[in-house]
Design a protein around this ligand. Structure first.
Ligand SMILES: C[S@@+](CC[C@H](N)C(=O)[O-])C[C@H]1O[C@@H](n2cnc3c(N)ncnc32)[C@H](O)[C@@H]1O
Length: 210
């Protein structure tokens, strides 16, 4: 069996897929001073592509620790032709936020369908911990937003309790789900999957205050 031909060359992919190891200079990364939003656990990149084409005046960084998904996102970005305002990096978001993202430099953080890590011994891998929330607060500019969605009721309870108890965050009315008009007209791939299955989805938005 022959190997599938790569759709994009490494050179093309490198325009989107970047390695970030130290403090990020957003203007250098994107070539402009536009505001920045993060998609934490970007998966296959549906949110990135839609958001970047709907809001070309905003820069988006997708973060996923899976090399396969980071690459899939970068390919989707190139295919959609929105590489001007999107970068994707393969990284543990907990490391990237703590070590690479400057304080008060981001206008929104999106975390859609974070892995629930069901098994008790795996729960420590969950993204939403007090340490992660503290980093989200640190990187958000005052007035910046955090948007979260999950289909897991128990994890939603943990997440929203943690966020409600964070003094630097104020809960906003939850966003109204968009009614899809075609098969890819969803917030993310997981939103698409779960809405089609009729599962309840728990959504929350917060604003960084102070
Ligand atoms: C359930 S998927 C959701 C993907 C996408 N947000 C969506 O809604 O379609 C969770 C994604 O988060 C990524 N992920 C989980 N923990 C991560 C971490 N600590 N840092 C970066 N990515 C992470 C996984 O590789 C996976 O792609």
């Amino acid at each position: 069996m022959g190997r599938r031909r790569a759709r994009f060359s490494d050179e093309e992919l490198a325009r989107v897929l970047v390695e970030l190891t130290g403090p990020i200079d957003w203007a250098l990364l994107f070539g402009n001073d536009n505001p920045v939003e993060l998609d934490v656990g970007c998966g296959k990149g549906l949110f990135l592509v839609r958001a970047a084409s709907e809001r070309p005046e905003v820069n988006f960084l997708g973060i996923d620790w899976s090399g396969r998904y980071a690459r899939a996102s970068a390919e989707r970005v190139l295919k959609a032709g929105v590489e001007r305002n999107v970068r994707v990096t393969r990284a543990d978001a907990r490391f990237l936020l703590a070590e690479c993202i400057p304080s008060s430099s981001v206008q929104a953080v999106h975390v859609y369908f974070p892995d629930p890590w069901w098994k008790k011994r795996h729960k420590k891998r969950r993204l939403f911990t007090p340490e992660f929330v503290a980093q989200v607060v640190r990187v958000l500019e005052p007035g910046g937003k955090l948007h979260v969605a999950t289909d897991v009721a128990e994890y939603a309870e943990v997440i929203f309790t943690l966020l409600d108890e964070t003094d630097a965050l104020r809960r906003l009315p939850p966003p109204t789900p968009h009614e899809p008009t075609h098969d890819l007209d969803y917030l993310t791939h997981f939103e698409r999957k779960y809405r089609k299955e009729g599962r309840p989805i728990f959504r929350g938005s917060y604003e960084r205050i102070g």
